[in-house]
Design a protein around this ligand. Structure first.
Ligand SMILES: CC(=O)SCCNC(=O)CCNC(=O)[C@H](O)C(C)(C)COP(=O)(O)OP(=O)(O)OC[C@H]1O[C@@H](n2cnc3c(N)ncnc32)[C@H](O)[C@@H]1OP(=O)(O)O
Ligand SMILES: CC(=O)C(=O)O
Length: 524
């Protein structure tokens, strides 16, 4: 096994990651992503292909003055010279020099079929293209890495040409020869075998670059490390061409915590989750909650049996202390919860349930019954907290007593649609009637209820609806359907979610609204 001092983590979010369908970074985005990647301590950041994409040319120009990297070296990517063209005369190679990065990563053909059919040249000319381009860039003071495209497929067809490409690159001064699974069709066993074979035949530092077409990019990369590569390429959140690349966060998480290779500085590891989510924002892709190590659900436990063991020791159901990678453990209380789930969730919410076995039992039963009717508490922590506190011996009384509410929707002749709601409530013995308008019945109800309560509970003045989600839970023949409403509320500082379920959508919304305002009064 290599030692960490030999090891390179090379991130290509800004080059291969930008080849993902739907991603289009501005230059400012690229600079921001590079800064974030530097914060997790990767050794190299491949910034793009200068000369091929005007945006990437501008990125490297601006990086010279605007990017101060603490850990990483910036890398420009490009191909070997064109067949039949002198390297000095190839404008793409010139653009690599003009990018003024300390490192250049060249893509070279290493599969005989690609040389003959895609480049339409000879194997000798392909080797000359590698030799000339590497030597030219090294002669201009660049560190050069060579991505051997389609290495594994090429190795199956003709192992000798790929090996010759590597030997030629090293002889010309390349520092790393990267074996690429370009079509992403490999499995870990094959990758391990080929890497071991190549290591026995070639002197020089080897790297790995895996696409994720078999869903094995991370596993393939780790198999390559086991077999002796000391340079690993990945992209943030696995973004990349087609099915993507090996996820840099999983690579780092596994290399450091499972393979004992401290490939990034220790103080960078707890930045993984934050950086993963920040890059997702810049890429305009919703973070994957179920992403290993950094996903919001990566350490979330739903099953009651898991919680009962976690109560004894969190290690029993976590492969890692989530704090190591900047993540948190969460307990979800649902129909799958047991007593331990409720007790741990109580702790998370600051409610000590020690000595309250009866409360815990009632909460478990109530959640199971409500969830069987369509309620869902895992996304509605605020409603769960209210349900839990309502079972405690010193539970506070409800904010108000409802006499009635009424909503209406009017469609006027001029096309306007107007909603109005009236609520009649009793607060501390006082009868209050309040009317509200809104762009829909729920908005009008929210306005009417808040207006009724705000003089007694002034903190409600800052509360508003942030999001409203409706899910129909299944038609009941001709009689309609059960509706589940989730409401996100905010007071400008924090957000909380509440749930309501009923056959009538307005009544389901009413339950979620009442919880939202009650939670605001009790907790904000
Ligand atoms: C496996 C990978 O992901 S590698 C990264 C791939 N990334 C990209 O392709 C994104 C950026 N690409 C581009 O902007 C354009 O494709 C450019 C500017 C590079 C080239 O554009 P064009 O000159 O119009 O050529 P086009 O894309 O049609 O074809 C590529 C050319 O490069 C040649 N080529 C391909 N690989 C190599 C290589 N490793 N070394 C030298 N030449 C190569 C091809 O033979 C072809 O040559 P031809 O024009 O003489 O037929
Ligand atoms: C270089 C590269 O991106 C590949 O071979 O997949």
């Amino acid at each position: 096994m290599p030692t960490s001092t030999d090891f390179h983590v090379f991130d290509t979010t800004l080059r291969d990651g930008a080849q993902r369908e739907g991603v289009s970074y501005s230059v400012a985005d690229k600079l921001a992503v590079a800064r974030l990647l530097d914060e997790i301590g990767v050794g190299f950041i491949e910034g793009g292909w200068p000369g091929a994409l005007p945006k990437d040319t501008e990125f490297f120009a601006r990086a010279r003055t605007e990017l101060k990297l603490r850990h990483a070296q910036l890398v420009a990517f490009g191909s070997t010279r064109k067949a039949g063209v002198r390297v000095e005369d190839d404008p793409q190679v010139r653009a690599l020099l003009d990018a003024e990065t300390p490192v250049v990563c060249l893509v070279a053909k290493s599969d005989v079929r690609h040389v003959r059919e895609a480049l339409r040249t000879t194997l000798e000319e392909n080797l000359a293209m590698v030799r000339d381009t590497v030597a030219f860039l090294v002669g201009h003071g660049r560190r050069v890495f060579v991505d051997c495209e389609h290495f594994f497929d090429g190795y199956a067809a003709d192992p000798d040409h790929g090996v010759e490409v590597l030997r030629t690159a090293f002889a010309a001064g390349a520092e790393v020869g990267v074996l690429c699974d370009t079509n992403g069709g490999m499995l870990p066993m094959g990758v391990g075998r080929v890497v071991a074979d190549v290591r026995a035949r070639v002197e020089g530092k080897l790297g790995i670059h895996c696409q994720d077409d078999t869903g094995c990019a991370v596993a393939n990369s780790l198999a390559a490390v086991e077999a002796g590569v000391t340079h690993v390429q990945g992209t943030a959140n696995g973004y990349g061409e087609r099915a993507g690349n090996a996820d840099t966060f999983s690579l780092i998480g596994n290399l450091v915590t499972k393979m004992d290779l401290p490939v990034v500085p220790a103080e960078c590891l707890p930045e993984l989750q934050r950086v993963s989510h920040a890059i997702a924002e810049l890429a305009n892709i919703a973070p994957d909650d179920h992403q290993p190590f950094v996903g919001a659900s990566a350490f979330a436990h739903k099953a009651g049996l898991h919680a009962s063991a976690i109560k004894v020791s969190p290690e029993l159901y976590n492969h890692l202390d989530p704090a190591v990678v900047g993540n948190d453990m969460r307990i979800l209380v649902t129909e799958m919860a047991g007593r331990a789930s409720v007790e741990l969730k109580g702790r998370e919410l600051g409610v000590d349930l020690d000595g309250h076995a009866d409360v815990i039992g009632r909460v478990v039963d109530r959640v199971k019954v409500l969830e069987a009717d369509g309620w869902s508490f895992e996304a509605a922590d605020a409603s769960f907290e209210l349900l839990l506190r309502a079972e405690l011996p010193d539970a506070p009384p409800p904010l108000f007593e409802l006499e009635s509410y009424r909503t209406s929707v009017e469609h006027w002749g001029n096309g306007d649609v107007v909603s109005e709601a009236t609520v009649k409530v009793h607060v501390d013995g006082e009868r209050i009637i309040s009317t509200g308008e809104g762009n829909g019945p729920v908005n009008a109800l929210d306005n009417a209820l808040r207006q009724a309560l705000v003089s007694r509970y002034p903190q409600l003045a800052d509360v508003s609806l942030a999001d409203y989600k409706v899910r129909i839970l299944g038609w009941k023949g001709g009689s309609g359907a059960t509706t589940r409403v989730l409401i996100d509320s905010t007071d400008g500082v924090g957000e909380w979610t509440t749930v309501g379920v009923h056959d009538n959508i307005v009544e389901a919304s009413w339950h979620a609204l009442v919880d939202a305002l009650t939670y605001a009064v009790r907790n904000r």
